[in-house]
Write a new protein. Structure first.
Lengths: 297, 388
């Protein structure tokens, strides 16, 4: 995690986080999530080696139910569903990761600025965020995607437009809560500049939740992206994108495997990252950690 | 329908006091007092007079700005489009005839410069006129009046299910922390937030309707029934009001599967947030103090823990309602429920500008309303955040 650099332990928060991490990864949920996520990454990288068929070749009997030679069945064009799902990992996973990194960067910076400096800058940023929030996510994404023209790249842009405010809002809320804490105030009284105070006192105490949000957001972003494709506003037809594959399964309702397995692929990837994110949250949240230690109630 | 004109009337009434109140507030608090990062340590005496009126006025002013912003964003977005509404709406043969194209453009006011188009729209909006849909050739207001209740019914049902189940599960998980119940709920809630809604809708439809045939099919009520007399537009409520219990049963039956599908995500979300919020509060000194002075566990849980934990939960629930409204797009298309999700999808893909703006305004209005309710609830539940 490059967001947790090995700084010479300046703040207790960062050092404590590093000390807690290894134990966190031994949690069963984290192990399952990590293994599944890793497996999908391997599939994405090695799809050409692993896939039994060409994902675009229409060479098998149409709508064959799962069986030898085509373990997850074939679709209405005689393409192997398993191979298409494997190649689909190369489409969805990298785009989703990129998407989350960009929203974290944009939303996090804006939110920190809004929370720390408050006043006009903050109000302005948060009103823009409100505006985006006020628009229903999928509808705004739909409008953006429809306006730009249906393509996977435009769908990514559309999701980015709706994804950053969540980071801005959470970051702002956390910074706001931290801003008037006594140790931050004492820092300011000691003559820390606003930037130094933000970096040294505030940010280490807010990175945990934001990091968790980002990990959990990988799932959300993938869901939204495949949702747009499901609606026909993302990946174009021959592309083996999971959401589009589920949509094509709607047309052949009786052949359940066409829609079911791509949906399971989405579910497992999202679930894996959510397992990881959930464990991370427990490990990084100092309050939960304290609650665990004290065994209150 | 006078409703859409209500928010546009309010700005005139609400905006002025807000503006008048602001200088008053900072005047009594001293220049730049109150909100500076290190300065405003909570002595907000200037806010003491009519804090609620001031708060509401500000909120309404913000709401109006928001509505304005929504129309502007939609307008700009849909006009930046490489696509042209003319090609999206007219047939191939009509497109070949310049006269028909020009006539269509003139009919929909598309032949005039963009700022003029926008001002015309705003002018109409102030009178409660949302324009005419290019696609259905009906006033957008009529379209919305038809489709919004179906979606409100669906999203309302889903959020009600989610709140009850989510908070209950979350509290159980927090109190049984690290025991079997907690682990099971944790995995279940994670599955809930991880499952693609459109896929779950499809699976539910396939399994319960197509295979098992225990739920009714698509639509809002059985095809051989007629809709109950319209009062609220919510079929379940209208049927109950009219005493048509068969219709009610049918409407409720058609509602339950899509509402549960939609709720899967929010139940998971609220369970997780409630759990962590409750855990966080459990570690606080005042909770320990309450325990130490011998209060019974139930009192501590409801009066001390839950009250404080509800603040973040309510925020999330408010946000979740927004996500529910948009999530309906995916569910409505699978269950063939005519709602604003479907309407928005058709409008977006045909670049039907007035319709998209209408949907944006309605959902924006709902969002602002929910946010307002959440903010007021904040103050009621947790005195510490009042007017901060």
């Amino acid at each position: 995690m490059n967001l947790l650099p090995r700084l010479p332990g300046r703040s207790v928060g960062t050092r404590g986080v590093l000390a807690r991490l290894p134990e966190a990864w031994r949690q069963p949920l984290a192990v399952v999530g990590g293994v599944v996520a890793l497996a999908w990454l391997v599939v994405a990288v090695a799809a050409p080696l692993l896939a039994p068929h060409d994902p675009l070749a229409q060479e098998l009997p149409r709508l064959a139910s799962p069986g030898p030679g085509h373990w997850l069945g074939t679709d209405q064009l005689g393409r192997d569903v398993l191979s298409r799902i494997m190649y689909g990992a190369r489409v969805s996973i990298p785009l989703t990761l990129l998407l989350v990194a960009l929203s974290l960067l944009i939303g996090g910076s804006l939110g920190a600025a809004a929370g720390y400096f408050g006043r006009w800058v903050g109000e302005g940023i948060m009103r823009v965020a409100d505006l985006v929030f006020a628009f229903p996510t999928v509808i705004l994404a739909m409008v953006v995607a429809a306006a730009l023209g249906a393509s996977l790249f435009n769908a990514v842009l559309a999701v980015l437009v709706v994804a950053w405010p969540a980071y801005a809002r959470v970051t702002r809320g956390l910074v706001l809560g931290m801003r008037e804490r006594e140790f931050v105030l004492s820092g300011r009284l000691l003559g820390f500049s606003a930037w130094r105070s933000l970096r040294v006192d505030v940010l280490p105490n807010v990175t945990g939740p934001i990091l968790v949000l980002a990990t959990l957001d990988i799932g959300t972003a993938l869901l939204l992206l495949s949702g747009l494709s499901f609606l026909g506003l993302g990946a174009k037809p021959p592309s083996p994108e999971w959401g589009a594959m589920v949509a094509s399964g709607v047309e052949v309702f009786d052949s359940w495997w066409v829609a079911t397995f791509p949906g399971l692929a989405i579910l497992t990837v999202v679930l894996a990252f959510n397992f990881l994110g959930d464990t991370l949250r427990d490990a990084l949240d100092p309050r939960t950690a304290r609650a665990i230690k004290e065994r209150a109630l | 329908m006078s409703r859409p004109s209500a928010p546009s009337d309010d700005p005139a009434g609400g905006g002025a006091p807000a503006r008048a109140a602001r200088p008053g507030g900072s005047g009594s608090g001293g220049p730049a007092a109150g909100r500076g990062p290190a300065r405003g340590r909570g002595f907000r005496s200037g806010h003491a007079r009519h804090p609620l009126a001031r708060f509401l006025a500000r909120r309404i002013a913000v709401a109006v700005l928001l509505g304005f912003g929504i129309t502007l964003v939609t307008f700009v977005l849909t006009n930046l489009v490489p696509g042209d509404p003319v090609t999206a709406n007219l047939g191939q043969r009509a497109l070949g005839d310049p006269a028909i194209v020009a006539q269509w453009r003139a009919e929909h006011g598309l032949d005039r410069p963009l700022p003029a188009q926008y001002l015309t729209y705003l002018g109409g909006l102030l009178q409660g006129d949302l324009g005419v849909s290019q696609q259905s050739h009906r006033p957008v207001l009529d379209d919305l009046a038809e489709f919004v209740p179906a979606t409100i019914e669906l999203a309302g049902g889903a959020i009600a299910i989610s709140l009850v189940a989510g908070v209950a599960f979350g509290v159980i998980a927090a109190l049984r922390r690290d025991r079997a119940a907690d682990q099971v709920l944790r995995v279940l809630s994670l599955v809930g937030i991880s499952v693609p809604t459109f896929w779950l809708a499809l699976v539910a439809f396939y399994v319960f309707f197509f295979r098992l045939q225990i739920t009714p099919g698509s639509g809002r009520i059985a095809p051989d029934m007629s809709a109950p007399p319209a009062v609220t537009g919510l079929y379940t409520v209208d049927a109950a009001l009219a005493g048509q219990w068969e219709v009610f049963a049918s409407a409720a039956g058609h509602l339950i599967t899509p509402a549960l599908v939609l709720a899967a995500y929010t139940i998971g979300l609220l369970t997780r947030f409630t759990r962590s919020a409750v855990l966080e509060v459990l570690g606080q000194d005042y909770v320990r103090a309450a325990r130490a002075k011998g209060l019974p566990g139930r009192v501590v849980l409801f009066r001390y823990v839950l009250r404080s934990a509800l603040v973040p939960v309510i925020t999330v629930a408010g946000l979740a309602f927004g996500s529910l409204l948009s999530g309906t797009v995916l569910v409505e298309s699978v269950f063939a429920r005519p709602g604003i999700g479907q309407y928005a999808y058709k409008s977006a893909t045909t670049l039907d500008l007035p319709a998209v703006m209408g949907v944006g305004l309605v959902v924006g209005f709902v969002y602002v309303l929910i946010n307002l309710v959440v903010d007021v609830l904040y103050g009621i539940i947790d005195p510490r955040v009042r007017l901060s």
